[in-house]
Design a protein around this ligand. Structure first.
Ligand SMILES: NC(=O)C1=CN([C@@H]2O[C@H](COP(=O)(O)OP(=O)(O)OC[C@H]3O[C@@H](n4cnc5c(N)ncnc54)[C@H](O)[C@@H]3O)[C@@H](O)[C@H]2O)[C@H](O)CC1
Ligand SMILES: [K+]
Length: 508
């Protein structure tokens, strides 16, 4: 896991690294500038392009000055120039050192005291090194004017560490003034807010470059915010053992579907099978039985007849996934109530089952500890009330998982998993080609299968969300697909899991 740190913790990480590596702060800045330049030149390789670097007078500006020198002297970008915004008397020491160094190069440097002094900008690329992680209030005055001006030019902007005016954590005000950057090259770790949807106002793309901040130190800060990486899933993944049989991998029950929404049940149950549950039974309406048998003969059925609740032998099942296409009528309510009052092991609650929960608060007390709720944004707000922004949702999720002793999977680009230990895990796989109906049903099937195979609820969430996104990436990215259907993701799962297991066996 990569810990995601707040601005203050990032600053602590810098100071610790400076003191204990040891390295001087100006050398750390040089390392950061070099890492930025390496990524920049990979993306904007035409050295004949004109590049202007707008610098503040703090350390973000200091980075900008070092970047200008390195681009010019080491990378052959001869049309690099620098403009310094002298909006305050203050300048950091490392800014001053780098200004002296830059004066020994051919890079033209000019300064301005007000945004009005600027004429039209002729450079093709703007590097934003005005303010970084030191932002301590929304932009106003000259900074606000300057950032508006830069955005109006509609040039390609590449931000150093964070787009100026964008706060790395806390509520994002979509009305606030911030640089709109094509690419943000950030140091060491994505800032927490890069992973929330409102970051789209300032960031189109981002990438993180390693600048050698002490990893042991940042781990022990025990941040509640974590970024899930491939190695975490490889570590968690359990092999299929010799002499194992279907009983080894659990028996999952998928409670889903109505006559007109059988697709959701089929997608969910088939994903459960493909993720390796030893046995999968689907509790479906009579009308769906033929479809189920034709779609995937591996799945067994418990048939719901009319509006009655079927007999279920609770002891037979390792876990249950409930909700896709289930509907919210009285029979669905009765079925969900029967499950939650009779079954005590962790279950996965999705879709219509979440909506039933939202409308029947007394049922919440019956949700088995360790259960997993998988809402998208609207379902989340139906359950826990309206939220103005995603930061608020993350904080509510943190609070609710501890209160109810459950896990919550809040679905999005970087799906957020909240666990009862008070952690938020941000997933790093998936892509926009996967944004189609039915994808959530597949996720529920995957997570149910992992619970059946004795993964802990937190592991089932973290690994399930990762594998779901990974299968989608494995299909969409190499083949440049615009759209990936849930059924294809399901079919891809064994191969994607197998690829991770092969890495595990070969020691990565
Ligand atoms: N590990 C790392 O990530 C490293 C980061 N580096 C770079 O350092 C900056 C952070 O530098 P800092 O000097 O702390 O802050 P800024 O340059 O972002 O800001 C300077 C200064 O500006 C003032 N200020 C804050 N908000 C406002 C505002 N809204 N209006 C006006 N003035 C404002 C405040 O006084 C700030 O101190 C980080 O982003 C990286 O780019 C290091 O180079 C290496 C290690
Ligand atoms: K910046």
């Amino acid at each position: 896991m990569q810990p995601l740190l707040t601005a203050r913790q990032i600053h602590e990480g810098d100071s610790y690294t400076i003191a204990h590596e040891p390295i001087s702060s100006v050398d750390l800045m040089e390392r950061a500038a070099k890492a930025f330049v390496k990524a920049f030149t990979e993306h904007y390789s035409n050295t004949a392009q004109s590049v202007i670097i707008y610098c503040g007078t703090g350390n973000n500006g200091g980075d900008g000055l070092a970047i200008a020198r390195i681009l010019n002297e080491q990378e052959g970008y001869h049309k690099v120039s620098v403009k310094i915004a002298r909006f305050s008397e203050k300048a950091s020491d490392d800014f001053n050192v780098n200004l002296q160094r830059l004066r020994h190069t051919e890079v033209p440097v000019s300064e301005f005291k007000t945004a009005d002094e600027l004429g039209l900008e002729s450079a093709e690329i703007i590097i934003d090194a005005l303010l970084g992680n030191g932002l301590n209030k929304p932009l106003e005055g000259e900074y606000q004017k300057l950032v508006h001006q830069i955005n109006e030019w509609k040039k390609t902007v590449v931000a150093v560490d964070v787009p100026t005016g964008f706060a790395g954590e806390g509520e994002i005000d979509s009305e606030a003034t911030m640089i709109k950057a094509e690419l943000t090259i950030t140091f060491q770790q994505p800032k927490i807010n890069f992973l929330l949807p409102e970051s789209k106002y300032a960031l189109k793309n981002w990438l993180a470059v390693d600048i050698g901040i002490d990893g042991e130190f940042t781990q022990q800060l025990n941040s509640p915010y974590q970024y899930v990486e491939e190695s975490d899933i490889i570590y968690m993944l359990k092999p299929r053992e010799r002499f194992s049989n279907k009983g080894t991998y659990g028996h999952a029950l998928i409670v889903a579907g109505q006559a007109k929404t059988m697709g959701a049940a089929l997608l969910c149950a088939s994903a459960c099978v493909q993720t390796g549950a030893g046995l999968t039974t689907a509790c479906i309406p009579q009308a769906g039985l033929t479809a189920l048998n034709c779609y995937m003969p591996e799945i067994m059925a418990i048939v719901r007849e009319g509006n009655g609740t079927p007999e279920i032998d609770w002891s037979k099942f390792s876990t249950m996934g409930i909700g896709p296409g289930l509907g919210k009528d009285d029979s669905s309510l009765a079925l969900l109530t029967a499950i939650l009052t009779n079954y005590t092991k962790p279950v996965v609650v999705d879709a219509d089952a979440l909506n039933i929960l939202a409308e029947h608060r007394p049922l919440w007390a019956c949700v088995p500890k360790g259960s997993i709720l998988t809402p998208h944004m609207k379902e989340f707000d139906r359950l826990f009330g309206e939220h103005k922004n995603w930061w608020q949702r993350t904080q509510t999720a943190l609070q609710k998982v501890q209160e109810l002793q459950i896990c919550i999977i809040l679905k999005n680009d970087y799906t957020i998993i909240a666990t009862p230990e008070g952690k938020l895990y941000f997933n790093s796989t998936s892509n926009a080609a996967m944004a189609t109906g039915g994808m959530g049903d597949v996720l529920t099937g995957i997570i149910t299968a992992l619970l059946a195979q004795k993964y802990t609820p937190a592991e089932a969430c973290i690994a399930g969300v990762y594998l779901h996104g990974m299968a989608g990436d494995d299909l969409a990215l190499p083949n440049k697909l615009m759209v990936v259907l849930p059924e294809k993701v399901t079919a891809q799962l064994p191969a994607s899991m197998g690829a991770l297991m092969a890495k595990k066996i070969s020691g990565f």
